[in-house]
Design a protein around this ligand. Structure first.
Ligand SMILES: Cc1ncc(COP(=O)(O)O)c(C=O)c1O
Length: 345
Protein backbone atom coordinates (compact mmCIF):
# COMPACT_ATOMS: atom_id res chain seq x y z
CA UNK A 1 0.00 0.00 0.00
CA UNK A 2 1.43 3.39 -0.97
CA UNK A 3 1.31 6.40 1.34
CA UNK A 4 -1.58 8.00 -0.55
CA UNK A 5 -2.97 9.99 1.13
CA UNK A 6 -2.26 8.47 4.54
CA UNK A 7 0.78 6.71 5.99
CA UNK A 8 0.14 3.03 5.21
CA UNK A 9 1.64 1.90 8.51
CA UNK A 10 -1.21 3.66 10.34
CA UNK A 11 -3.81 1.91 8.20
CA UNK A 12 -2.15 -1.50 8.56
CA UNK A 13 -1.83 -1.10 12.31
CA UNK A 14 -5.55 -0.30 12.66
CA UNK A 15 -6.57 -3.22 10.45
CA UNK A 16 -4.35 -5.59 12.47
CA UNK A 17 -5.68 -4.26 15.76
CA UNK A 18 -9.27 -4.96 14.65
CA UNK A 19 -8.16 -8.45 13.64
CA UNK A 20 -9.50 -8.16 10.11
CA UNK A 21 -7.86 -10.86 8.01
CA UNK A 22 -9.08 -9.74 4.60
CA UNK A 23 -9.91 -6.04 4.23
CA UNK A 24 -11.68 -6.76 0.92
CA UNK A 25 -14.26 -8.79 2.85
CA UNK A 26 -14.73 -6.36 5.74
CA UNK A 27 -18.33 -5.44 6.57
CA UNK A 28 -19.50 -1.84 6.34
CA UNK A 29 -19.44 -1.59 10.16
CA UNK A 30 -15.79 -2.75 10.16
CA UNK A 31 -14.90 -0.24 7.46
CA UNK A 32 -16.55 2.47 9.55
CA UNK A 33 -14.53 1.42 12.60
CA UNK A 34 -11.28 1.41 10.58
CA UNK A 35 -12.01 4.82 9.07
CA UNK A 36 -12.78 6.25 12.52
CA UNK A 37 -9.50 4.96 13.98
CA UNK A 38 -7.38 6.01 11.01
CA UNK A 39 -8.98 9.45 11.09
CA UNK A 40 -8.08 9.79 14.79
CA UNK A 41 -4.50 8.55 14.39
CA UNK A 42 -3.66 10.40 11.17
CA UNK A 43 -5.58 13.62 11.78
CA UNK A 44 -6.79 13.42 8.16
CA UNK A 45 -10.52 14.00 7.79
CA UNK A 46 -12.46 11.42 5.77
CA UNK A 47 -15.48 12.05 3.58
CA UNK A 48 -17.94 9.48 5.00
CA UNK A 49 -20.07 7.77 2.34
CA UNK A 50 -20.05 4.23 3.67
CA UNK A 51 -23.21 4.24 5.83
CA UNK A 52 -25.26 6.49 3.57
CA UNK A 53 -25.97 8.82 6.50
CA UNK A 54 -25.31 12.37 5.37
CA UNK A 55 -26.37 13.85 8.71
CA UNK A 56 -29.82 15.05 7.73
CA UNK A 57 -32.39 15.73 10.46
CA UNK A 58 -35.31 13.27 10.63
CA UNK A 59 -38.54 14.31 8.95
CA UNK A 60 -40.42 16.45 11.50
CA UNK A 61 -43.82 15.08 10.57
CA UNK A 62 -42.60 11.64 11.67
CA UNK A 63 -41.02 12.82 14.89
CA UNK A 64 -44.18 14.70 15.89
CA UNK A 65 -46.44 11.73 15.18
CA UNK A 66 -44.14 9.47 17.15
CA UNK A 67 -44.05 11.81 20.18
CA UNK A 68 -47.81 12.04 20.09
CA UNK A 69 -48.17 8.26 19.93
CA UNK A 70 -45.78 7.80 22.85
CA UNK A 71 -47.66 10.36 24.90
CA UNK A 72 -50.82 8.40 24.20
CA UNK A 73 -49.24 5.40 25.91
CA UNK A 74 -48.58 3.03 22.99
CA UNK A 75 -45.11 2.10 24.30
CA UNK A 76 -46.62 -0.41 26.72
CA UNK A 77 -48.66 -2.20 24.06
CA UNK A 78 -47.35 -4.87 21.68
CA UNK A 79 -47.87 -3.76 18.10
CA UNK A 80 -50.07 -5.92 15.89
CA UNK A 81 -47.69 -8.28 14.13
CA UNK A 82 -49.24 -7.53 10.69
CA UNK A 83 -48.59 -3.84 11.24
CA UNK A 84 -50.54 -0.81 12.37
CA UNK A 85 -53.65 -0.54 10.14
CA UNK A 86 -52.99 3.19 9.44
CA UNK A 87 -49.45 2.37 8.33
CA UNK A 88 -50.58 -0.47 6.09
CA UNK A 89 -53.16 1.80 4.48
CA UNK A 90 -50.70 4.69 4.00
CA UNK A 91 -47.97 2.37 2.70
CA UNK A 92 -50.34 1.04 0.05
CA UNK A 93 -51.31 4.60 -0.86
CA UNK A 94 -47.64 5.71 -1.01
CA UNK A 95 -46.81 2.83 -3.36
CA UNK A 96 -49.69 3.91 -5.63
CA UNK A 97 -48.73 7.60 -5.38
CA UNK A 98 -45.04 7.25 -6.22
CA UNK A 99 -44.64 3.93 -8.09
CA UNK A 100 -48.13 3.64 -9.58
CA UNK A 101 -48.51 0.04 -8.42
CA UNK A 102 -51.62 -1.40 -6.80
CA UNK A 103 -50.70 -3.30 -3.65
CA UNK A 104 -53.36 -3.90 -0.98
CA UNK A 105 -52.76 -2.63 2.57
CA UNK A 106 -52.83 -6.27 3.71
CA UNK A 107 -49.67 -6.94 1.67
CA UNK A 108 -47.69 -4.00 3.12
CA UNK A 109 -45.84 -5.14 6.21
CA UNK A 110 -43.71 -3.04 8.58
CA UNK A 111 -40.22 -4.28 9.39
CA UNK A 112 -37.40 -3.01 11.59
CA UNK A 113 -35.63 -1.46 8.62
CA UNK A 114 -35.03 -2.96 5.19
CA UNK A 115 -32.35 -5.09 6.82
CA UNK A 116 -35.02 -7.13 8.55
CA UNK A 117 -37.06 -6.98 5.35
CA UNK A 118 -34.34 -8.62 3.27
CA UNK A 119 -33.48 -11.15 5.99
CA UNK A 120 -37.10 -12.28 6.24
CA UNK A 121 -37.57 -12.27 2.48
CA UNK A 122 -34.46 -14.39 1.87
CA UNK A 123 -35.54 -16.76 4.62
CA UNK A 124 -39.05 -17.37 3.30
CA UNK A 125 -38.11 -17.30 -0.40
CA UNK A 126 -35.55 -20.03 0.29
CA UNK A 127 -38.20 -22.26 1.88
CA UNK A 128 -40.80 -22.11 -0.92
CA UNK A 129 -39.52 -24.82 -3.26
CA UNK A 130 -37.23 -27.67 -2.18
CA UNK A 131 -34.87 -27.35 -5.19
CA UNK A 132 -34.57 -23.57 -5.05
CA UNK A 133 -32.05 -22.83 -2.32
CA UNK A 134 -29.86 -20.06 -3.76
CA UNK A 135 -30.19 -16.26 -3.82
CA UNK A 136 -28.82 -14.43 -6.86
CA UNK A 137 -27.30 -10.99 -6.29
CA UNK A 138 -27.17 -8.52 -9.13
CA UNK A 139 -24.06 -6.68 -7.94
CA UNK A 140 -22.86 -4.22 -6.87
CA UNK A 141 -25.01 -4.65 -3.84
CA UNK A 142 -25.27 -3.90 -0.19
CA UNK A 143 -22.59 -6.19 1.34
CA UNK A 144 -24.37 -6.93 4.59
CA UNK A 145 -27.12 -8.69 2.65
CA UNK A 146 -24.57 -11.35 1.72
CA UNK A 147 -23.73 -11.60 5.38
CA UNK A 148 -27.41 -12.28 6.04
CA UNK A 149 -27.17 -15.24 3.67
CA UNK A 150 -24.09 -16.44 5.54
CA UNK A 151 -25.84 -16.09 8.90
CA UNK A 152 -28.81 -18.17 7.78
CA UNK A 153 -26.66 -20.77 6.07
CA UNK A 154 -28.13 -20.25 2.60
CA UNK A 155 -26.24 -20.19 -0.69
CA UNK A 156 -25.80 -17.26 -3.01
CA UNK A 157 -24.42 -16.48 -6.43
CA UNK A 158 -23.63 -13.06 -7.87
CA UNK A 159 -22.47 -11.21 -10.96
CA UNK A 160 -21.45 -7.62 -11.60
CA UNK A 161 -24.08 -6.00 -13.80
CA UNK A 162 -21.55 -3.46 -15.10
CA UNK A 163 -20.66 -5.80 -17.97
CA UNK A 164 -24.25 -6.86 -18.64
CA UNK A 165 -26.29 -3.72 -19.16
CA UNK A 166 -29.27 -3.57 -21.53
CA UNK A 167 -30.11 -6.61 -23.64
CA UNK A 168 -27.01 -8.44 -22.35
CA UNK A 169 -28.70 -8.80 -18.96
CA UNK A 170 -31.10 -11.38 -20.38
CA UNK A 171 -28.46 -13.94 -21.32
CA UNK A 172 -26.55 -13.79 -18.04
CA UNK A 173 -29.73 -14.01 -15.98
CA UNK A 174 -30.95 -16.97 -18.01
CA UNK A 175 -27.61 -18.74 -17.49
CA UNK A 176 -28.29 -18.65 -13.75
CA UNK A 177 -32.05 -19.26 -13.89
CA UNK A 178 -31.78 -22.25 -16.25
CA UNK A 179 -30.08 -24.22 -13.47
CA UNK A 180 -33.39 -24.14 -11.55
CA UNK A 181 -31.91 -23.38 -8.12
CA UNK A 182 -32.55 -19.63 -7.83
CA UNK A 183 -35.15 -18.90 -5.15
CA UNK A 184 -34.86 -15.12 -5.41
CA UNK A 185 -32.96 -12.33 -7.12
CA UNK A 186 -31.99 -9.11 -5.36
CA UNK A 187 -30.73 -5.75 -6.58
CA UNK A 188 -30.83 -2.20 -5.32
CA UNK A 189 -32.27 0.52 -7.53
CA UNK A 190 -31.14 3.33 -7.48
CA UNK A 191 -28.02 1.37 -6.83
CA UNK A 192 -25.96 1.65 -3.70
CA UNK A 193 -22.95 1.75 -3.86
CA UNK A 194 -22.47 2.37 -7.62
CA UNK A 195 -25.28 4.91 -7.89
CA UNK A 196 -26.74 4.00 -11.26
CA UNK A 197 -30.35 3.15 -12.13
CA UNK A 198 -31.56 0.11 -13.99
CA UNK A 199 -33.37 1.09 -17.17
CA UNK A 200 -36.98 0.25 -17.87
CA UNK A 201 -35.95 -2.36 -20.50
CA UNK A 202 -33.70 -4.03 -17.89
CA UNK A 203 -36.49 -4.15 -15.31
CA UNK A 204 -38.71 -5.70 -17.98
CA UNK A 205 -36.10 -8.39 -18.66
CA UNK A 206 -35.85 -9.15 -14.93
CA UNK A 207 -39.64 -9.22 -14.52
CA UNK A 208 -40.28 -11.41 -17.59
CA UNK A 209 -37.65 -13.92 -16.49
CA UNK A 210 -38.95 -13.95 -12.91
CA UNK A 211 -42.32 -15.06 -14.25
CA UNK A 212 -40.87 -17.55 -16.74
CA UNK A 213 -38.53 -19.23 -14.23
CA UNK A 214 -40.79 -18.71 -11.22
CA UNK A 215 -38.34 -16.86 -9.04
CA UNK A 216 -39.03 -14.03 -6.59
CA UNK A 217 -37.60 -10.54 -7.11
CA UNK A 218 -36.48 -8.51 -4.11
CA UNK A 219 -36.36 -4.88 -5.23
CA UNK A 220 -34.38 -2.87 -2.70
CA UNK A 221 -35.62 0.72 -2.94
CA UNK A 222 -33.55 2.15 -0.06
CA UNK A 223 -32.78 5.21 -2.19
CA UNK A 224 -36.39 5.58 -3.27
CA UNK A 225 -37.10 8.26 -5.89
CA UNK A 226 -33.47 9.46 -5.86
CA UNK A 227 -33.00 9.36 -9.61
CA UNK A 228 -32.52 13.11 -9.62
CA UNK A 229 -32.62 13.38 -13.39
CA UNK A 230 -36.41 13.46 -13.00
CA UNK A 231 -38.76 14.80 -10.34
CA UNK A 232 -40.10 11.60 -8.80
CA UNK A 233 -41.50 13.44 -5.79
CA UNK A 234 -44.94 14.37 -7.15
CA UNK A 235 -47.70 12.16 -5.79
CA UNK A 236 -50.16 10.41 -8.09
CA UNK A 237 -48.61 11.80 -11.25
CA UNK A 238 -45.80 10.73 -13.57
CA UNK A 239 -42.90 10.32 -13.67
CA UNK A 240 -42.96 7.45 -11.16
CA UNK A 241 -40.21 5.48 -9.46
CA UNK A 242 -39.42 2.57 -11.84
CA UNK A 243 -40.18 -0.89 -10.57
CA UNK A 244 -40.09 -4.52 -11.64
CA UNK A 245 -43.66 -4.65 -10.31
CA UNK A 246 -44.81 -3.38 -13.71
CA UNK A 247 -43.52 -6.57 -15.34
CA UNK A 248 -44.14 -9.49 -12.96
CA UNK A 249 -46.28 -10.54 -10.02
CA UNK A 250 -43.38 -12.36 -8.36
CA UNK A 251 -41.97 -9.40 -6.51
CA UNK A 252 -41.59 -7.67 -3.22
CA UNK A 253 -40.45 -4.11 -2.63
CA UNK A 254 -38.24 -3.04 0.25
CA UNK A 255 -39.00 0.55 1.16
CA UNK A 256 -36.81 1.92 3.92
CA UNK A 257 -37.56 4.90 6.12
CA UNK A 258 -33.82 5.40 6.66
CA UNK A 259 -32.84 7.53 3.66
CA UNK A 260 -36.06 8.94 2.22
CA UNK A 261 -37.21 10.24 5.62
CA UNK A 262 -33.79 10.27 7.37
CA UNK A 263 -35.26 7.91 9.92
CA UNK A 264 -32.48 5.30 10.17
CA UNK A 265 -32.27 5.43 13.96
CA UNK A 266 -35.80 4.17 14.48
CA UNK A 267 -35.25 1.08 12.28
CA UNK A 268 -38.41 1.26 10.22
CA UNK A 269 -39.41 0.34 6.71
CA UNK A 270 -41.97 -1.73 4.88
CA UNK A 271 -42.00 -4.79 2.70
CA UNK A 272 -44.71 -4.42 0.08
CA UNK A 273 -45.38 -7.66 -1.76
CA UNK A 274 -47.61 -8.18 -4.74
CA UNK A 275 -51.09 -9.39 -3.83
CA UNK A 276 -50.49 -12.52 -5.92
CA UNK A 277 -47.27 -13.39 -4.09
CA UNK A 278 -48.84 -12.67 -0.71
CA UNK A 279 -51.68 -15.11 -1.33
CA UNK A 280 -49.64 -17.78 -3.09
CA UNK A 281 -49.20 -21.22 -1.54
CA UNK A 282 -45.89 -23.04 -1.98
CA UNK A 283 -45.26 -26.75 -1.41
CA UNK A 284 -42.16 -26.04 0.67
CA UNK A 285 -44.08 -23.74 3.02
CA UNK A 286 -46.98 -26.19 3.37
CA UNK A 287 -44.58 -29.03 4.22
CA UNK A 288 -42.67 -26.95 6.76
CA UNK A 289 -45.53 -25.06 8.44
CA UNK A 290 -48.56 -27.23 7.70
CA UNK A 291 -50.42 -24.38 5.99
CA UNK A 292 -50.06 -20.76 4.98
CA UNK A 293 -49.37 -18.51 2.04
CA UNK A 294 -46.15 -16.61 1.31
CA UNK A 295 -47.54 -13.53 3.07
CA UNK A 296 -48.91 -15.27 6.13
CA UNK A 297 -45.72 -17.30 6.62
CA UNK A 298 -43.68 -14.11 6.17
CA UNK A 299 -45.62 -12.33 8.91
CA UNK A 300 -47.00 -14.93 11.31
CA UNK A 301 -44.10 -17.36 11.21
CA UNK A 302 -40.89 -15.55 10.24
CA UNK A 303 -41.43 -12.00 11.52
CA UNK A 304 -43.13 -13.33 14.63
CA UNK A 305 -40.09 -15.47 15.35
CA UNK A 306 -37.62 -12.68 14.57
CA UNK A 307 -38.96 -9.70 16.51
CA UNK A 308 -42.70 -10.10 17.15
CA UNK A 309 -43.43 -6.98 15.18
CA UNK A 310 -41.93 -3.57 14.60
CA UNK A 311 -41.45 -0.73 17.13
CA UNK A 312 -44.90 0.73 17.77
CA UNK A 313 -44.13 4.46 17.81
CA UNK A 314 -41.95 4.24 14.67
CA UNK A 315 -44.95 2.79 12.84
CA UNK A 316 -46.97 5.90 13.70
CA UNK A 317 -44.10 8.02 12.43
CA UNK A 318 -43.86 6.19 9.11
CA UNK A 319 -47.63 6.29 8.63
CA UNK A 320 -47.57 10.07 9.11
CA UNK A 321 -44.60 10.54 6.73
CA UNK A 322 -46.19 8.37 4.01
CA UNK A 323 -49.48 10.23 4.42
CA UNK A 324 -47.90 13.68 4.22
CA UNK A 325 -45.87 12.64 1.15
CA UNK A 326 -48.93 11.22 -0.65
CA UNK A 327 -51.09 14.21 0.35
CA UNK A 328 -48.44 16.43 -1.24
CA UNK A 329 -47.90 18.41 1.99
CA UNK A 330 -44.35 17.06 2.50
CA UNK A 331 -41.98 17.11 -0.51
CA UNK A 332 -39.58 14.52 0.93
CA UNK A 333 -37.43 14.59 -2.19
CA UNK A 334 -36.48 18.24 -1.54
CA UNK A 335 -34.97 17.23 1.82
CA UNK A 336 -32.73 14.47 0.46
CA UNK A 337 -31.19 16.37 -2.46
CA UNK A 338 -27.83 16.07 -0.67
CA UNK A 339 -27.68 12.53 -2.13
CA UNK A 340 -27.66 14.14 -5.57
CA UNK A 341 -23.91 14.67 -5.23
CA UNK A 342 -23.64 10.91 -5.77
CA UNK A 343 -24.49 11.66 -9.41
CA UNK A 344 -27.12 9.13 -10.50
CA UNK A 345 -26.43 7.65 -13.92
C1 LIG B 1 -28.99 -0.51 -0.65
C2 LIG B 1 -29.39 -0.52 0.77
N1 LIG B 1 -30.30 -1.40 1.18
C3 LIG B 1 -30.69 -1.45 2.47
C4 LIG B 1 -30.17 -0.60 3.41
C5 LIG B 1 -30.62 -0.73 4.84
O1 LIG B 1 -31.79 -0.04 5.08
P1 LIG B 1 -32.43 0.01 6.53
O2 LIG B 1 -31.76 1.09 7.30
O3 LIG B 1 -33.88 0.29 6.27
O4 LIG B 1 -32.25 -1.33 7.17
C6 LIG B 1 -29.21 0.34 3.04
C7 LIG B 1 -28.61 1.24 4.04
O5 LIG B 1 -27.60 1.90 3.84
C8 LIG B 1 -28.81 0.38 1.68
O6 LIG B 1 -27.88 1.26 1.27
Amino acid sequence: MKNIPIDSSIVNEVIDKLNIKDFGRATIREVVAIAGEVEKKSGVEFIRMEMGVPGLPPAKVGVNAEIQALQNGIASIYPVIDGLPELKYEASRFVKAFIDLNISPECCVPVTGSMQGTYTSFLVAGQCNPGKDTILFIDPGFPVQKQQILVMGYKYESFDVYNYRGEKLKAILEDYLKKGNIAAIIYSNPNNPAWFCLKEEELKIIGDLATRYDTIILEDLAYFAMDFRKDLGMSFQPPFQSSVGKYTDNYLLLISGSKVFSYAGQRIGIVAMSDKLYHRKYDGLTTRYGSGTFGSVFIHRALYALSSGTGHSAQYALAAMFKAASDGTFRFIDYVKVYQKNDTR
